[in-house]
Design a binder for this molecule. Structure first.
Ligand code: PLP
Length: 494
């Protein structure tokens, strides 16, 4: 039947959409009754979804199509007015992204009574950009006062640049840094009537700064402000900030969530009806849907379907992987702590770490109490640790250059152990002063322990530390591949 012959037109589709929204609500409710691992494995990809729409495929298909076709003009009109669920065009949405976003929203919302939603982005930095920019809309009643926001200064190097350069320097949006995030009065003292949000990263990369989320959320809410937390390092299997009062969580999906190292992605996960004295009612009601349908549609930072599926596939076994990495990291940290060449080991799991107690309030392996192996709650502290080598920058570089199995890369949360010297890599752009403020000295090596047997990681560290007294020669290739093209290094073959 053609649309023009149908007197109900668009209304017919809206009616059908109501029915489908009801079924989807039932699916979400059913999944919320399941445990973390079950959600990670299945998400909202139900048998009905598979049999009705996906040829019975048991694994979520990768929808590489740029766009969605409509039955007729009525369906198109209803879809483009967002009156019915639609994915429309892959810059905005896509079925593969949808499966991923729902798993993300459910995992970050695990154990939280309220509802959550997610908007997936092309990278962690894009997630940080769109979640924070949502609260940085100009106040049309008073454009004279500059906006500001408050953030912990121990943040990922890219976040530091985005806040200090892209927002503060380029746009005049003042970023107010908190140096000691455990100092609650410091948070209070930075807030004024034009503050838009509070932002924190914990455990921070690389410093493992940590603070009391509940206390900082309470301060934010007293002032009618949202608290945004970067939960990349711990991830939802160890910590879920929304349960502790945070309004928005950002993830670099690239890291712990996609531990195989396949691809780049990010996610913004928010509680529905979040606290904010700024922004539209629509935005506060559902930040995930708002970002997707409006700013991200217009700015275009969303995730690609291929990356959504790669991440989703990795996330199915998130809990057991994070448990393994955490246990391995603990073994390595203890060993390094005994080594005579090591000045200091920082790992939140070590009882002597000054933030061990507060971290232990928040970092728990999800569902350990329902796990046959543990049968009770257990703390796990993740894969991120750092150590300081005696003898300054030169000795540190020697140790670093001697690793034979631990990869030298600016990366973390991998199934393979990875190390970097943040002062010359991830945190080089922000300058010496800012590094001192964030306590990132040149003899600090950040190490993320992966899924290898920890004895083999320890053996690699052992031989690398023994190299301090010797000479390290690294052979330099005469070809570097840059962006796919090979480039000759002048004189390298001499
Ligand atoms: C890597 C990282 C980011 C940025 O994520 P990308 O996916 O690389 O854009 C943000 N926060 C933290 C804590 C990170 O480690």
């Amino acid at each position: 039947m053609s649309a023009e012959m149908n007197p109900e037109g668009v209304a017919r589709y809206i009616e059908a959409a109501k029915e489908s929204a009801r079924r989807r609500g039932d699916d979400i409710a059913a999944m919320r009754r399941c445990r973390f691992d079950t959600i990670a494995v299945h998400g909202l990809y139900t048998m009905r979804e598979s049999l009705d729409f996906n040829q019975g495929s048991i694994i979520e298909p990768i929808y590489m199509s740029s766009s969605q076709a409509y039955r007729d003009s009525d369906e198109m009109e209803a879809a483009l007015a967002y009156q019915i669920p639609t994915w429309c065009y892959s810059r905005i949405a896509n079925p593969s992204m949808y499966y991923f976003e729902n798993v993300m929203a459910l995992l970050e919302g695990y154990g939280f009574e309220g509802e959550t939603s997610c908007c997936a982005t092309s990278s962690g930095m894009a997630a940080i950009m769109c979640s924070t920019d949502a609260f940085l809309q100009v106040d049309r009643n008073d454009t004279s006062r500059p906006m500001n926001f408050v953030s912990t200064c121990q943040v990922y190097g890219g976040t530091f640049q985005q806040f200090s350069m892209r927002k503060d320097h380029d746009r005049g949006i003042e970023c107010r840094w908190i140096v000691d995030s455990t100092d609650l009065d410091a948070w209070r003292s930075k807030i004024d009537e034009n503050t838009r949000f509070l932002y924190g990263e914990l455990p921070s990369n690389p410093g493992q700064a940590f603070f009391d989320i509940e206390a900082v959320a309470a301060i934010a809410h007293e002032h009618g402000l949202p608290l945004i937390i970067d939960n990349t390092v711990a991830g939802p299997a160890l910590m879920r900030p929304l349960r502790h009062g945070a309004d928005v969580v950002v993830q670099s999906v690239t890291k712990t969530l996609t531990s195989s190292g396949f691809g780049i992605g990010g996610a913004v996960i928010a509680r529905k009806n979040l606290t904010s004295k700024w922004g539209s009612e629509e935005m506060k009601a559902d930040l995930g849907a708002y970002l997707k349908q409006l700013p991200n549609r217009d700015n275009g930072p969303n995730l690609s379907p291929m990356n959504a599926m790669l991440a989703l596939n990795d996330m199915r076994t998130l809990r057991i992987k994070v448990d393994l990495f955490s246990r391995n990291t603990m073994r390595v940290a203890r060993w390094l702590g005994e080594h005579p060449r090591i000045e200091q080991v920082d790992y939140l799991g070590l009882p002597q770490h000054p933030l061990h107690e507060i971290a232990s309030k928040y970092l728990w392996l999800v569902d350990a109490e329902h796990d046959e192996q543990y049968g009770q709650p257990v703390n796990r502290y993740g894969h991120l640790m750092s150590f300081r080598v005696q003898g300054g920058a030169a000795a540190t570089r020697k140790v670093f250059d001697s690793f034979q199995r631990i990869w030298r890369a600016t990366d973390l949360g991998r199934v393979k152990s990875v190390a970097t010297i943040p002062a010359i890599s991830t945190h080089s752009q922000q300058g010496k002063e800012a590094r001192e403020m964030a306590d990132i000295p040149p003899n600090l090596i950040r190490l993320c322990v992966g899924g290898e047997h920890p004895d083999d990681v320890i053996a690699d560290l052992d031989q690398a530390l023994a190299s301090i007294d010797g000479r390290v020669t690294v052979s330099v290739p005469n070809d570097f591949s840059v962006g796919g093209a090979s480039r000759r290094v002048p004189g390298a073959d001499a």
